[in-house]
Write a protein that binds this ligand. Structure first.
Ligand code: 8YV
Length: 325
């Protein structure tokens, strides 16, 4: 008997075909009010859910009494009430690994674009304001040889360290829950306390998950420890940062600049000061957003979901405690 799977993220034709072969599929085309109403109507008979970028809390999940598995097309799982899912025995899976390199590439793209003022200067050219040779007013900062500080040394942090060490000859310092001897061995990375890292790094890069512990981790006190030449990069989650404190640090030039792919609220408010600061490069959460990687993530999520619905343990199970077998 085919199980009922509700998708709230569009999949490629091959993946849709694969799902239709093995499940009864309801596709929610968008997450606007109409789409959310459709989702609420579909949940009472749903046994599997697949998607991303939607807060799945107890209130919504209580509408799905037959739910067995949720497959997130993301590595971050801050959108899920994991304790509630576990208490109900609902298996939550995510898509780590497949997006690591692409997201680290995004991180380095932001490091280079922000240090070399790429957006500001290409906008100047586009506006027809390139009228003379570039002088000190438009100089950027070097990246090669500068100190790369990584907060959160997981898969993505490690890939960022690899790029900095081998690609740009950058000394790497890092802060994480615990020392990472393999990273120290491979990239010469050195462990630092958070205050030490903030004081010593030329580039401060956030690559850690959003949890109760990391929410608001970087605020006014932390920005004050950085220097006027420090460049701040966030490819983790916006809520790890006190965004008002970041805006103030940028406006007061407490730090030199920021490269941001994530924000407290997404899409970013059109009236956000971050959109009007020259020392900000803001991208619309494109960390993993390449054709190849998003297809690989969706494929991984479909594998996880179908495995769970077949009563097997999905490869990327997030809440081990929900696995009763
Ligand atoms: C996107 C991400 O939000 O994987 C994550 O946690 O933040 C990004 O890859 C996600 O892929 C949305 O589909």
């Amino acid at each position: 008997m085919k199980k009922h799977v509700v998708l709230y993220k569009k999949l490629s034709a091959p993946l849709m075909a694969r799902l239709h072969e093995q499940a009864n599929v309801t596709l929610i085309e968008s997450l606007d009010e109409g789409g959310l109403a459709q989702l609420r109507d579909a949940l009472p008979s749903a046994q599997g859910l697949l998607g991303a970028s939607l807060r799945l809390d107890a209130k919504l999940l209580d509408l799905a009494p037959h739910l067995e598995a949720v497959a997130s097309v993301s590595v971050g799982v801050d959108n899920y009430d994991i304790d509630y899912l576990t208490q109900r025995g609902i298996l939550l899976s995510n898509t780590p690994d497949v997006l690591t390199e692409t997201t680290a590439d995004t991180g380095f793209a932001l490091i280079l674009a922000t240090a070399r003022r790429l957006v500001e200067l290409t906008n100047m050219v586009r506006a027809g304001n390139w009228n003379q040779n570039i002088g000190p007013l438009h100089f950027g900062s070097d990246v090669h040889g500068k100190t790369l500080g990584i907060i959160g040394m997981g898969r993505i942090g490690e890939a960022l360290a690899q790029r900095g060490h081998f690609g740009f000859g950058m000394p790497v310092i890092y802060h994480s829950h615990s020392p990472k001897p393999l990273v120290e061995q491979r990239f010469g990375a050195q462990y630092r306390s958070l205050p030490q890292l903030l004081e010593q790094a030329d580039f401060v890069c956030l690559t850690l998950p959003l949890t109760a512990e990391t929410q608001g981790l970087i605020g006014a006190k932390e920005f004050a420890l950085m220097g006027p030449k420090t460049i701040f990069i966030n490819i983790s989650r916006g809520k790890v940062v006190d965004e008002a404190a970041l805006i103030d640090a940028l406006q007061q030039r407490t730090i030199r600049a920021a490269g941001l792919d994530v924000f407290e609220r997404e899409p970013l408010n059109h009236d956000s000061p971050l959109l009007h600061l020259n020392n900000v490069v803001a991208t619309p959460h494109i960390g993993s957003a390449t054709h190849e990687t998003r297809e690989a993530m969706a494929r991984c999520a479909v594998d996880n979901l179908l495995t769970a619905l077949a009563g097997e343990r999905p490869k990327n199970l997030v809440n081990e405690a929900a696995w009763k077998h």
